[in-house]
Design a protein around this ligand. Structure first.
Ligand code: BDR
Ligand code: CA
Length: 326
């Protein structure tokens, strides 16, 4: 049953492991109606990313299936840069390795395909149709959204808010010392979105790294609540969590993208500061760095705040919401 009060949402995603968990949350949330999922290259190429989104929808089996549309195949200016080494060569933890007792694949090839509509058209049309009621949650590089701005800025500016998983305000980057992955992949797009005039909420590493999901909790959850979704979550997070075990010293992962969906559903999960932010598009060592003006004597008349940056999160309440929605 679809809630008639549900708020329209679009997820823009690069189809990785934490993207998948975020999409599961959105599909299961009665307060929102996930109209479309627009897809782009980032963690993995755009075709595989779209396939991964369809896989998630196929497993969750929602009453209403969102449209899935492919968009940008590469960043605006930079060469493509993926995270297959972290999310697996398929972007979803090498699902082909999982077999049933009879040797058949647990995740056989899908028979469904993405829409033939272009993701950029989908974004512009949704902005026109839903205007300020629409929230876009951006879980990958911002190339699709920047391209939609280039195509029809006035219409895109009707959107109520974009909740962005990206950037790092007071903490270091993750893909480089300075930059978070999504901004690093397409800094030009990120800067274009910063200048868009659309209300922006930035769910960056400051808060994402305060919401870790330990491997043992995923395993306990699957034991207590056996289901196709729980099985899928355990399977797709295996390689991703092993990366954190080997590189960051804890066996689990951060819930970057799920937290962005959580904040879009319930903004009271985080505390924010209004800041003027730019994204470095050229720096030799700092490309993709999000730079917020945090000076006491900042000149707000010349540089008005353009972003609500999340700086703290109620991790317990967020994890409660996460478990309710998976
Ligand atoms: C972001 O990078 C991607 O690999 C994740 O999916 C997330 O969107 C975190 O920096
Ligand atoms: Ca992502």
């Amino acid at each position: 049953m679809v809630n008639s009060q549900a708020r329209p949402m679009i997820i823009d995603t690069d189809g990785g492991v934490d993207d998948a968990l975020a999409i599961i949350m959105a599909l299961n949330c009665e307060q929102i109606e996930l109209k479309s999922v627009t897809v782009l290259a980032g963690n993995i190429d755009v075709h595989q990313a779209a396939n991964n989104v369809l896989r998630v929808i196929d497993i969750v089996q929602p009453n209403q299936r969102p449209l899935v549309a492919k968009g940008c195949e590469k960043p605006l200016v930079r060469p493509p840069f993926n995270a297959a080494g972290i999310h697996g060569s398929d972007g979803l933890g090498e699902l082909h390795q999982f077999k049933n007792a009879d040797g058949s694949p647990c995740y056989p090839q899908l028979t469904i395909e993405p829409s033939s509509e272009d993701a950029i058209d989908v974004l512009v049309k949704a902005a026109q149709e839903y205007g300020s009621d629409l929230t876009i949650v951006a879980l990958g590089p911002l190339t699709n959204i920047a391209t939609a701005l280039q195509r029809d800025r006035t219409t895109l500016q009707k959107v109520g808010r974009i909740v962005i998983m990206g950037g790092a305000v007071k903490v270091p980057g993750n893909i480089s010392a300075a930059a978070e992955f999504n901004f690093f992949v397409d800094p030009d797009a990120a800067q274009m979105v910063m200048e868009s005039g659309i209300p922006l909420t930035l769910v960056g590493l400051d808060v994402a790294m305060k919401a870790p999901l330990p491997r043992k909790d995923v395993e306990n959850y699957a034991q207590k609540h056996p289901s196709a979704v729980a099985q899928f979550i355990g399977d797709c997070t295996g390689i991703y969590m092993a990366f954190y075990r080997d590189n960051e010293g804890f066996h689990g992962c951060y819930l970057h993208d799920p937290l962005a969906v959580g904040v879009a559903i319930d903004p009271s999960l985080v505390s924010t500061e209004s800041v003027y932010m730019v994204v470095e598009t050229e720096g030799k060592f700092t490309s993709g760095m999000s730079l917020a003006d945090l000076r006491d004597r900042r000149d707000e008349a010349t540089y008005p705040p353009n972003v609500e940056a999340c700086l703290d999160v109620d991790t317990d309440r967020f994890l409660k919401l996460f478990y309710e929605l998976i």
